[in-house]
Design a protein around this ligand. Structure first.
Ligand code: AMP
Length: 190
């Protein structure tokens, strides 16, 4: 299956996508994780991405699109993938459409993981403490939520118009949320 998971920062996309992808036997591809890996290893890409990430801004589309194009060409993604945190802008939606169309492929479904704003801020602050993420100071957290609302929330309409969107409540125990996502995925495949 070829799936996307979209949702505001802190909604639990990362945790859920690893669990879901493992069950489906497809790779979970997180652009955030790939950027963080590059920043940590001080690669050229990491050096370019770091200042945007630290400020809670999106990394420019050109860098992000090249990264995803390359990652999707790896053999493990040939039979499906779960993209976490991409696409986040209209230009990224267009690029993903192009990448898939070049191979006569299309998306099977898009999961929108929803969560209340206050819950998100408190989850993100907790995670920042636990993981020492430099992009998670309170001010940056609020900015990241604003950027999400401005740039990414409108993408929901694109996928809902295509009738491949399922909204899932991201609140509650991890396992309960996974079950809701499982149900949504069954609706894609039927
Ligand atoms: P995430 O772990 O998905 O919240 O991503 C962490 C940070 O990486 C984001 O705040 C952005 O700076 C950057 N990033 C991840 N994915 C994208 C994307 N699709 N487009 C632009 N920037 C991204």
């Amino acid at each position: 299956m070829r799936l996307l998971i979209i949702g505001p920062p802190g909604a639990g996309k990362g945790t859920q996508s690893v669990l879901i992808a493992e069950k489906l036997g497809i790779p979970a591809i997180s652009t955030g994780d790939i950027f963080r890996y590059n920043v940590k290893n001080e690669t050229e890409l990491g050096k370019k991405a770091k200042s945007y990430m630290d400020a809670g801004e999106y990394v420019p589309d050109s860098l992000t699109n090249d990264l995803v194009r390359d990652r999707l060409s790896h053999e493990d993604a040939a039979n499906g993938f779960l993209l976490d945190g991409y696409p986040r802008t209209k230009a990224q939606v267009e690029t993903l459409d192009e990448i898939l169309a070049e191979q006569n492929l299309s998306l099977d479904g898009v999961i929108l993981l929803e969560a209340d704003q206050d819950e998100l801020v408190s989850r993100l602050a907790k995670r920042a403490q636990e993981q020492g993420r430099t992009d998670d100071s309170e001010e940056v957290i609020r900015h990241r939520l604003d950027v999400y609302l401005e740039e990414t929330a409108p993408l929901v309409n694109i996928y809902s118009d295509r009738e491949i969107l399922a909204k899932v409540d991201g609140l509650g125990e991890i396992q309960a949320v996974t079950e809701r996502i499982d149900e949504a995925i069954s609706s894609f495949s039927s």
